[in-house]
Design a protein. Structure first.
Length: 328
């Protein structure tokens, strides 16, 4: 176990200041809006056809992939210890065998906070390569509270937006990825479609940021699937998520950004290499934590805990103390 508690002031990490209604029905000039959306959809289709061959190949390999399924035969044969977690919901998975090692109320739908951004990143990566450049919409630049510091009209590479999304949980980065590649409503629809494709039974999306909304829910098991899917099928994103800091110099069309990860486990837990933190008033403290030792990778998913780093470390300690189970 780690020698000291990693208790954090979660409210200082990510504070919710409300949500924005980005698309309101009944606005005037509906026909103009429909025409604009159709035009944008056509432009996106053309842009996707122009993607580099390597990116097209990755999208083709990713989209039809079967869902990841976690087995529970090992858990049934090894009664779990009574770990003293303060999380309301949690799950620990051995990714190599796809076996659940420990779980607590893992299927209850809850507010996921910024863990929702994992799927935001994957859907964005399906539409734009990391070297593509996006123009920051005014609405995205104004979103609160967590920000990487984008300004309206800046032109920023997708890779830099991904660093902003994973390291500092930038809501401005998430909204730019969701609104500057394809129409935002379509982006959210694709997030929901991806959730269905992955077999996520408790997940639905109302925004790309994870800010509290009655229409945004997921579960520890569902989010563990998302985390596993990201680290196994999106290695470029996983590498970004594992960075401790990123200094982005000013470019011809954007300012400089100095980003430091909110994921304390990357600096304190041996073998930790990702993945995503989250906090809102409703969700409490959340983390999707990944770690590797001797080639064995574990995923710990913790929801609604005031000591979520400590809880995740305890789960990972337990997982690495067990022998690797056979594949599911």
């Amino acid at each position: 176990m780690i020698g000291r508690s990693l208790t954090v002031n979660a409210a200082a990490i990510e504070r919710r200041k409300g949500r924005r209604d980005w698309l309101r029905p009944g606005r005037p000039h509906a026909l103009v809006l429909v025409i604009a959306l159709l035009t944008a959809a056509g432009a996106v289709s053309a842009a996707r056809q122009a993607l580099p061959p390597s990116h097209r190949a990755r999208v083709a390999a990713t989209l039809p992939a079967p869902p990841l399924v976690f087995g529970t035969t090992w858990l049934a044969a090894h009664p779990p210890p009574a770990l003293t977690l303060r999380a309301q919901s949690a799950i620990l998975v051995d990714l190599g065998s796809r076996q659940v090692l420990w779980e607590k109320d893992a299927d209850s739908p809850r507010a996921p906070a910024s863990l929702a951004k994992m799927l935001t990143a994957m859907v964005a990566a399906d539409h734009a390569g990391l070297d593509a450049e996006l123009t920051v919409p005014a609405a995205a630049a104004a979103v609160e509270p967590n920000r990487m510091g984008l300004a309206a009209g800046e032109v920023v590479p997708v890779s830099d937006l991904m660093y902003g999304l994973f390291l500092v949980s930038g809501n401005d980065a998430a909204e730019t990825l969701a609104g500057a590649i394809i129409p935002r409503r379509r982006f959210l629809d694709e997030m929901s479609a991806r959730a269905r494709m992955l077999g996520l039974s408790q997940t639905r999306f109302a925004n790309p940021t994870g800010l509290d909304d009655p229409g945004l829910r997921s579960s520890a098991r569902d989010l563990a699937v998302v985390a596993a899917y990201l680290v196994t099928r999106y290695p470029d994103l996983a590498a970004i998520a594992g960075a401790r800091q990123k200094s982005i110099p000013a470019g011809p069309h954007h300012g400089a950004y100095s980003l430091y990860t909110l994921n304390k486990l990357l600096a304190t837990y041996p073998g930790a290499d990702g993945l995503k933190t989250g906090f809102t008033d409703e969700a409490g403290g959340c983390v999707a934590a990944t770690a590797v030792r001797d080639g064995r990778r574990l995923v710990a998913l913790v929801m609604h805990s005031d000591v979520f780093f400590t809880d995740a470390a305890g789960l990972l300690d337990y997982g690495f103390s067990t022998a690797p189970p056979p594949p599911a």
